[in-house]
Write a protein that binds this ligand. Sequence first.
Ligand code: PGA
Length: 248
Amino acid sequence: MRRKWVGGNWKMHGSRAMATALVGAIVEASVEGVDVVLCPPAPYLREVCAECAGSSISVGGQDLSEHESGAYTGEISAAMLRDVGCTHALAGHSERRQFHGETDAQVAAKVAQALAHGLTPVLCVGETLAEREAGRTADVVSRQLGAVVAHCGIAAFARIVVAYEPVWAIGTGRTASPAQAQEVHAFLRSQLARDDARIAGSIRIVYGGSVKPGNSAELFAEADIDGGLIGGAALQATDFLSICAAAG
Ligand code: PGA
């Protein structure tokens, strides 16, 4: 039985005061039986890490540079995330791919950087609406996953969390049905199983895209859905905690 995993991706929302209050409420709830990772905006990482210290809550960056260090204005390295206390980093979120033109090769390099610095990468994959309607979902997600397998090797997946986030479901209120999500999760797991059945059996593949308290339990009940990456609903402690409870 894989332990469930729930991440909160706050994106570019809130303030320092909101971050502190939200983390305080989540830490105080002492969630059990599920791995919880909070990904606040970068300026709040240090403070959120300090607030989570000594609790079971982990902290991750929403993105990281594919470079080790150097003249890359605005970028944040894996070593810096580690330095402030992060243990995780999202890589390849669709908003990065879409609005910042991140390629599969860059995403693979980001995953490699995270791994090299002892961070758990949360590799995000997912198709757009046009790709789904053209029947290309499997092609797209296997290409995105395959780029990382090719760059980092299958063994690396023992230390990776994969998030399936259909672009058409993110922030739209249009969730993939449990059956639609399960189909893609099972497909992703089968892709990994071709290279390593043991890793495929133990890796957490979580779903993201308009997960809410009202739909989380049915999504998490699917055989290959090992939790969720939560955006909008992660901004309210009660909603986020109820999603964590559905996973626990
Ligand atoms: P959402 O975002 O829950 O607001 O759809 C999910 C994500 O982008 O990780």
